[in-house]
Design a protein around this ligand. Structure first.
Ligand code: GLC
Length: 584
C-alpha cells in the first residue's frame, strides 16, 4: 500500500495570522506523512459512516459518499480516518453489533468498495483505521445462532457466557452485573422446543452477546479479522470497549472494591496478554512493510477505547508491546476551566511518558455530547449518567469555547482526534422527535437518557434546504435521522469561503499543526493568570483564557492564529491564541 507524498494543503486564512511569511512558513512546514511513526502526532478524523455523506440517495451515509468527500478531508488536513463499524449488522447499536466482520453493511457498499476507498484515501495521504468490537457480536452472528441451536454445555455455547438461571425454575438471572445501557446484563433464551432455556450475558444490549475470551476460537477469529483488514491496506484498528473484554470465568457478583486487575469484568490483568497477541499481528505487518519499498503506510497501529478512572492502570495498556495509543477520555470529560484542563494535561503527560506512548487529545466522538452544546452548559463536564433532556446550553458561549478548545487540543503533544462535524461547529441536536430516536441507550433507559443520536445527525454539506447536501441533489426522502431547521447554515458550503468560520479555523489549525513546533516541540508551561492555560512548544506560544476577563497578550510575540477576535492586544474570555516568539 502506497501513500502519496505529503500534499500541499491550500492555505486558508484563520481569524488572524502573522504577516511575516518567513516565520509562518517555518511554523507551518510539513512533517512527511510517510513517517514510520506517523501515529504519534497524527490528526485522525472519525467518520460515522451512516451520517457522513449519502452517495446513493437512500438517506443513509455510505462508502460512496465518503469517496466523494475524500478531497474535502484531504483539504481539511487530516492524516487518517477512523471508520466506526462498517460491517454487516442489524444496527441494534449503530453497527457495534457485528454480524459479519468480513462483509460491509449492504447500506454502505461492499468489500470491493471499501478496498477502493482505502486505496483512494491512501493516494491522498490519508490512512484508514477500522473499528473492531471484541467484547461482543450481534445476536445474528453465525456463532450465536449456532450456540442457540446447540445444547447447554456445548462448545458452541462456550464461545459465549451461557448459564442456567437461578431459582427453582431457573427464571431468575444468573448474575447482578449492571449494564452499560441500563437494565439487566442477562437475557433468557428459548429452546428449540419453545421452552425457556439458559441465560446469556450481555454487558450492552441483549442483541450484543458477550464473547468468552477464554475460548481459543474467539482469540483466533479476532486475530484473523485483524489480518483480513490489514491485508486490505488499513493502517490501524480501533479496539472497542477494550477494557471490558476479559471476565472472571466464575462471573461472581460485584461487591465492593477489588485489587487492581481483579475486578470481575473491567480492566482485568488477563487483557494484556490478549492485546500482546494483537500487537504481534500488527507488528508482523509493520515488519513486512519495512522490507517492501512499495509500502509507505509505516506502523500498523492499535487504538484502544479504554474508559478507566485510574490513569496508571490505563497506561499499562500502552506499554511498548501492547496498544499503541488510547483515547484520552479524562481530558475529553473535563468541564471548561483552566484548573481542570491543566490538571488533565499534566496527568496525561505524566502517565504516558514512562511507557513511551503518545497522548491523545479528544474533544468528542459518536457517544458523547457535541462540545458546542456541552461547553455552553453550566456544568460542562461530560458524564453518561448526567445526560438529561432539557439541560439548558448557551450555544454562543459553547461555540466560542469549542473553537478555543479545538486550538488547545491541537496544540498539545501527541495525536489529535476530530469527530466529524466538530470542524463545522455543529451543536448537539436535542429535539429529535422521540419516535425517530434509534439509540438503544435512550430506549433502555426508559426514555430518561436522550441517548447519542444528537451527535449523529447527518452532516450538512450544502445550503440546499432538502437534506443540506447530505444526500445527492434531487433526493426527496429524509435522512435516516432528521436534520434540524437551520442545519444548512452550518454546512461546508456556507463556511468554506468565510475566513472567520469554524471550518476555516480547523483547516488553519491542522495546517499549522504540521509544523515542527507542534509536531516535535516539548511542552513547557508558562506563567500566566490562573485562568489562562499557558505553555509553549518550541517557538510557538499557546494561551487559552478560561476566565471571565480579558488578559494582555504576551509581549515580544506575533499572533499566528486565534479562535476569536483579540481586541486591544488582549485575549478575551473563552478564546485561544497561538503566537510566535519574535526573533531578536
Ligand atoms: C463503545 C462504542 C459505543 C458502543 C459500545 C458497545 O463504547 O463507542 O458506540 O455502543 O462500545 O459496543
Amino acid at each position: 500500500m502506497t501513500l502519496s507524498p505529503p500534499r500541499d494543503t491550500a492555505a486558508t486564512p484563520g481569524t488572524s495570522a502573522s504577516d511575516e511569511p518567513g516565520l509562518e512558513a517555518r511554523i507551518g512546514s510539513t512533517t512527511p506523512v510517510t513517517d514510520q511513526e506517523w501515529w504519534r502526532t497524527a490528526a485522525i478524523y472519525q467518520v460515522y459512516v451512516r451520517s457522513f455523506a449519502d452517495g446513493n440517495g437512500d438517506g443513509i451515509g455510505d462508502l460512496a459518499g465518503v469517496r466523494s468527500r475524500l478531497g474535502y478531508l484531504a483539504a481539511l488536513g487530516i492524516d487518517a480516518i477512523w471508520f466506526t463499524p462498517w460491517y454487516r449488522s442489524p444496527l441494534a447499536d449503530g453497527g457495534y453489533d457485528v454480524e459479519d466482520y468480513r462483509a460491509i453493511h449492504p447500506d454502505f457498499g461492499d468489500v470491493a468498495v471499501a478496498e477502493a476507498l482505502i486505496a483512494e484515501a491512501a493516494a491522498l495521504g490519508i490512512r484508514t483505521i477500522v473499528d473492531v468490537v471484541p467484547n461482543h457480536v450481534s445476536d445474528q452472528h453465525a456463532w450465536f445462532q449456532e450456540a442457540l441451536a446447540s445444547e447447554p454445555g456445548s462448545d458452541a455455547r462456550a464461545r459465549f457466557w451461557f448459564r442456567d438461571g437461578l431459582g427453582p425454575d431457573g427464571d431468575l438471572p444468573p448474575g447482578n452485573w449492571p449494564s452499560s445501557f441500563s437494565g439487566s446484563t442477562w437475557t433468557r433464551t428459548t429452546d428449540p422446543d419453545g421452552t425457556p432455556g439458559q441465560w446469556y450475558l450481555h454487558l450492552f444490549t441483549p442483541e450484543q452477546p458477550d464473547l468468552n475470551w477464554d475460548h481459543p476460537d474467539v482469540r483466533r477469529e479476532h486475530e484473523d479479522v485483524l489480518r483480513f483488514w490489514l491485508d486490505r491496506g488499513v493502517a490501524g484498528v480501533r479496539i472497542d470497549s477494550a477494557a471490558l473484554v476479559a471476565k472472571d470465568p466464575a462471573l461472581p457478583e460485584i461487591v465492593g472494591e477489588y485489587p487492581a486487575g481483579q475486578h470481575p469484568n473491567v480492566d482485568r490483568d488477563d487483557l494484556h496478554e490478549i492485546y500482546r497477541g494483537w500487537r504481534a499481528v500488527a507488528d508482523e505487518y509493520t515488519a513486512r512493510a519495512a522490507t517492501d519499498d512499495g509500502d509507505t503506510l509505516g506502523d500498523r497501529v492499535l487504538v484502544g477505547e479504554i474508559w478507566l478512572a485510574d490513569l496508571e492502570r490505563f497506561a499499562l495498556y500502552l506499554r511498548p508491546d501492547e496498544i499503541h495509543m488510547a483515547f484520552n477520555f479524562d481530558f475529553m470529560a473535563r468541564p471548561w476551566g483552566a484548573g481542570g484542563l491543566r490538571a488533565a494535561i499534566e496527568e496525561t503527560l505524566a502517565v504516558h511518558g514512562p511507557v513511551g506512548a503518545p497522548a491523545t487529545w479528544v474533544l468528542s466522538n459518536h457517544d458523547v455530547t457535541r462540545p458546542v452544546t456541552r461547553f455552553g452548559r453550566e456544568d460542562s463536564a461530560f458524564a453518561f449518567d448526567t445526560k438529561r433532556f432539557g439541560t439548558p446550553s448557551d450555544l454562543v458561549v459553547g461555540a466560542r469555547r469549542a473553537r478555543a478548545a479545538a486550538m488547545l487540543a491541537a496544540a498539545l503533544p501527541g495525536a489529535l482526534y476530530v469527530y466529524q462535524g466538530d470542524e463545522l461547529g455543529l451543536p448537539e441536536v436535542e429535539d429529535i422527535p422521540l419516535d425517530r430516536i434509534e439509540d438503544p441507550m435512550h430506549h433502555r433507559s426508559g426514555g430518561v437518557d436522550p441517548g447519542r443520536d444528537g451527535c449523529r445527525v447527518p452532516l450538512p454539506w450544502t445550503t440546499d434546504p432538502a437534506t443540506a447536501g447530505f444526500s445527492p441533489a434531487g433526493t426527496t426522502g429524509e435522512p435516516w435521522l432528521p436534520q434540524p431547521a437551520g442545519w444548512p447554515t452550518y454546512s461546508v458550503a456556507a463556511q468554506q469561503d468565510d475566513p472567520a468560520s469554524t471550518l476555516s479555523l480547523y483547516r488553519r489549525v491542522l495546517e499549522l499543526r504540521r509544523g515542527d513546533d507542534l509536531q516535535h516541540g516539548d511542552l513547557v508551561w508558562d506563567d500566566d493568570a490562573p485562568d489562562v492555560i499557558a505553555f509553549h512548544r518550541g517557538a510557538l506560544l499557546h494561551r487559552t483564557n478560561c476566565g471571565t476577563t480579558a488578559v494582555p497578550l504576551p509581549d515580544g510575540a506575533d499572533v499566528l492564529l486565534a479562535s476569536g477576535p483579540l481586541p486591544d492586544h488582549t485575549l478575551p474570555p473563552d478564546t485561544s491564541v497561538w503566537l510566535t516568539v519574535r526573533s531578536a
